[in-house]
Design a protein around this ligand. Structure first.
Ligand SMILES: Cc1cc2nc3c(=O)[nH]c(=O)nc-3n(C[C@H](O)[C@H](O)[C@H](O)COP(=O)(O)OP(=O)(O)OC[C@H]3O[C@@H](n4cnc5c(N)ncnc54)[C@H](O)[C@@H]3O)c2cc1C
Length: 461
């Protein structure tokens, strides 16, 4: 059940996308985070391969400046405790050899070779496509409003798409997992606070492209400010860490203060910054921050069948596959249910065949087979009509009710480039209108209509 029109629009969409190695977690304070982060880092290697998810494994450098060396070295001790391989200190000369984009005042860094980076929204889409392929039914625009409990057992959920019967309910509602938990009468005092993280995203064609995942030394509330080259080749800087009021769970704005702070921190971290005119987007994500940073992953007796995977703050993305296995084992152990692996379980899923990055000969071949590969819809990211059409088909296949322009963007990358959709958005809208069979003025961007075509009809609505 997903309340939004599409999957992966919660905090799994807007984050730093680091597959952390696990050397930043204190095993005596957060044992589950320490264990599942390390396991998740290993599992993502397999999942990304099997599910064709864009990922890279450049390793990370936690850069320290004057007065920070002692704090940074704490992470070598944690790495030993958590058995994270290869973590060591590197000093200036080696540091600059590893990544020449680092600023001149850096004294050294903690190097963690197993750190990776993923495309988070594409990862969620890939996992869901594979799940549906293996028999899962997805319901989008299904906002869970009530958890039905009879005789201390869960019976199902009341949603905006009707009542769904269930013997076991897993609450993985991110920022709203406290609310869903309360619906089941569990952990009434448990709250999930939004902690905002803001970012700068630069155009692909800037000179500054860190080779490694760079970040400043962590503080008690954040893993530091990162400067990374995303899996799609953009320089990205962020995040900030700012606690917002408890009810600000839909806040998506950025702030002048936050962005100025990021700029300053990255001036220290990097040798040079591209001009601000090269920023193509600023955005913010909200971390689902549980009390004391403790994830709530529990299978409850009262009500029987209610499982929390709640308050999954960072490193939640890195740990996600391991959290899934952990929840599976909780269900097996706690409820003594016999879960059998499907005989015809398919672990594989392929990504949409893309024009970008392909040798011209292969593109030629694609166009010969399907001329729609020759019609470029998004010039910034070189996305063809064939890819947009494929994305629409895939959305329908997993059960997306409303095909949105944003849904196409996250599947094809049309609109993620320099012009941020100024050029291609209306073309994508036209294709949605044509292939889904909705009027142009009804095409939705995210949660609202785009408003092109016969817009006068909107006046009468
Ligand atoms: C700024 C920032 C930086 C981060 N950086 C990293 C990082 O580098 N590495 C890392 O490992 N982690 C990182 N994280 C943390 C990571 O993003 C989260 O731990 C992870 O995405 C949590 O996933 P989730 O599935 O629990 O929540 P979500 O992705 O938010 O999913 C919850 C879903 O439930 C849906 N939902 C909510 N309420 C209801 C309801 N009532 N009915 C139906 N559906 C509902 C939502 O729409 C949403 O799609 C970062 C987070 C932020 C915000």
């Amino acid at each position: 059940m997903e309340k939004e029109p599409d999957v992966g629009w919660g905090c799994s969409k807007a984050n730093t996308a680091i597959i952390h190695p696990g050397h930043e977690e204190e095993p005596d304070v957060h044992p589950l985070r320490a264990r599942l982060c390390k396991e998740g880092n290993t599992l993502w290697r397999q999942w990304a391969r099997e599910l064709d998810i864009p990922v890279k494994w450049p390793g990370e450098l936690m850069v320290f400046f004057d007065g920070e060396e002692k704090t940074a070295k704490k992470y070598i001790k944690l790495a030993k405790l958590n058995k994270i391989p290869g973590v060591r200190v590197v000093y200036r000369d080696e540091l600059l050899q590893m990544d020449s984009s680092i600023g001149p005042s850096a004294l050294g860094a903690i190097y963690a070779p197993t750190a990776g980076m993923i495309s988070p929204f594409e990862a969620v889409i890939a996992v869901v496509e594979n799940a549906v392929d293996n028999g899962v039914r997805l319901l989008t625009e299904a906002n869970v409003r009530e958890v039905k409990v009879v005789d201390k057992r869960v019976r199902g959920v009341e949603t905006t798409r009707g009542f769904i019967e269930a013997d076991i309910i897993i609450n993985a509602a991110g920022l709203y997992s406290d609310k869903v938990s309360r619906m089941a009468g569990v952990n009434s005092g448990f709250t999930v606070r939004p902690r905002r993280g803001e970012y700068f995203l630069f155009d692909e064609n800037v000179k500054v492209k860190p080779k490694k995942i760079l970040h400043t030394t962590p503080t008690p509330i954040t893993k530091g400010v990162y400067a990374i080259t995303t899996v799609h080749g953009n320089l990205m800087i962020g995040p900030t860490a700012e606690d917002l009021p408890i009810d600000a769970k839909d806040e998506s704005s950025t702030s002048e203060k936050g962005l100025e702070y990021l700029w300053k921190e990255s001036e220290k971290l990097l040798k040079e910054l591209p001009p601000r005119t090269k920023v193509i987007r600023t955005f913010a994500g909200l971390r689902p921050e549980p009390p004391e940073g403790h994830w709530r992953i529990e299978a409850h007796d009262d009500p029987w069948g209610f499982v929390n995977a709640a308050g999954i703050r960072s490193p939640g993305f890195a740990s996600a596959p391991a959290i899934a296995y952990y929840v599976l084992n909780l269900i097996k152990d706690k409820y003594s249910v016999n879960l059998a692996k499907k005989k015809r379980w398919n672990p594989y899923r392929s990504d949409i065949v893309r024009v970008k990055g392909r040798p011209l000969q292969e593109v030629d071949e694609l166009i010969r087979k399907n001329p729609e590969y020759g019609e470029i819809v998004c010039c910034c990211k070189t996305v063809s009509k064939a890819e947009v059409v494929k994305a629409i088909e895939r959305m329908k296949k997993i059960g997306v009710k409303t095909v949105t322009i944003d849904g196409i963007k996250f599947r094809t990358r049309a609109g993620l480039g320099m012009c941020q959709g100024s050029f291609c958005r209306w073309r994508v809208a036209l294709l949605i209108s044509q292939y889904v069979g909705v009027s142009l003025h009804e095409v939705v961007v995210k949660n609202d209509t785009y408003g092109i075509g016969e817009v006068k009809v909107l006046l009468n609505q």
